[in-house]
Design a protein around this ligand. Structure first.
Ligand code: SF4
Length: 363
């Protein structure tokens, strides 16, 4: 794996910067402001995306802020320029979901992913703008999805990973009825400056317990565990070197104003005296395909690629991880060419060690 691919497998779109919640760990700098994406931005993105989608599977992920806060009419206008074969996804806090939104999801073939951190007592960080718990509102939205029989994924943030928590979480999501689950250990990034250093034995124990819970009843696609098991199987088959993609997926995030930030959505909206605004261009000025073809020339991207090579040279986990995420390096280390971060310890190194610990305990 070397360099950044010119064609992504999906794009992230920010229909509005606004979020109706104010979660304590949120990284978004502009979530209190309603800056909406104009339709010409979506038209410009679609001009590059539609040919990619006709050549193979392609997704647009509507992410915010809270994407549903843009309203159905505006979101429909933003989706309209995309070809029918483009798959649409929303990452939502679910608080606005009602029957009218479910009609919208069905009509536009939108796949829904809900952010919820587990049972009520695990959602203390998820609050409304008035600081009140958001859990009941999230559950109201989820219950409408369930009543309407719409499949959904779930994404949970875990702030303090430790033994005793993972099995409870997994059982909760089994009952919730999601078919895919992603677990994010809270990250120090964007405007979230809370620390993410943990006792590493606790983190390993968390992941090991999650594998055990999943193996007991593997009814949900559990993103992190399935990745790790695929890697472990490839190591045993002697094909681990083939697992990483040939080049990094640029994962362009299109900001509300048309700016394009590659590799890490979390960098969008920030500026730095050394790196400027992190964007590689604006779709209102140049075609997205052209911006991505030149993305490696963005100064911070070159520095990040040097960091990936440093990881390749020094880290035994590189074949699994591929060199980590740009935003974690920047927000933890202040630059892009470092290697280990708390994030990669929590979410890559201890994850793999947790899977191996589980395997050793069940030989
Ligand atoms: S685990 Fe950390 S140090 Fe190792 S390759 Fe990934 S980012 Fe680099």
């Amino acid at each position: 794996m070397r360099g950044v691919a010119a064609v992504p497998s999906y794009v992230v779109m920010q229909p509005t910067t606004l979020c109706n919640l104010d979660c304590a760990y949120c990284y978004l700098p502009l979530r209190a402001a309603d800056r909406r994406m104009p339709v010409p931005v979506a038209e410009a993105v679609a001009a590059s995306v539609n040919p990619w989608a006709s050549a193979g599977r392609f997704s647009v992920v509507w992410h915010g802020g809270e994407p549903l806060a843009a309203g159905r009419e505006h979101l429909a206008a933003l989706m309209a320029p995309f070809a029918p074969e483009v798959e649409h996804h929303v990452q939502t806090n679910a608080t606005l979901i009602d029957d009218a939104w479910c009609d919208f999801f069905q009509e536009h073939g939108v796949r829904v992913s809900v952010s919820v951190d587990g049972p009520r007592e695990r959602n203390d960080d998820r609050v409304t703008r008035a600081g009140r718990p958001a859990y009941d509102r999230i559950m109201r939205g989820v219950s409408v999805l369930r009543r309407r029989g719409l499949p959904f994924s779930a994404l949970a943030v875990v702030s303090r990973p430790r033994a005793g928590l993972a099995a409870e979480l997994y059982d909760y999501f089994l009952d919730l009825g999601c078919d895919v689950l992603g677990i994010n250990i809270e990250e120090t990034e964007g405007v979230n400056t809370r620390g993410n250093a943990h006792d590493q034995a606790d983190v390993t124990a968390f992941w090991a317990e999650l594998v055990a819970a999943w193996r007991r009843e593997p009814r949900i696609h559990l993103r992190e565990i399935e990745w790790s098991l695929r890697y472990a199987a490839a190591v045993l088959d002697g094909v681990a070197d083939d697992l990483l993609p040939r080049q990094l997926d640029p994962i362009p995030t299109i900001g509300h104003d048309g700016s394009v930030t590659v590799l890490s959505p979390e960098l969008a909206g920030f500026t730095d005296p050394r790196y400027g605004d992190f964007s590689s261009g604006n779709v209102l000025e140049s075609p997205l395909a052209e911006i991505l073809a030149g993305a490696e020339r963005t100064p911070w991207v070159g520095e990040f690629l040097a960091g990936v090579e440093a990881c390749r040279d020094t880290c035994p986990y590189f074949g699994f991880c591929g060199g980590g995420h740009a935003a974690n390096r920047y927000f933890e280390l202040g630059r892009f060419d470092g290697t280990e971060t708390e994030h990669c310890r929590n979410s890559k190194i201890r994850l793999l060690e947790g899977v191996l610990e589980h395997a050793r305990d069940h030989q």
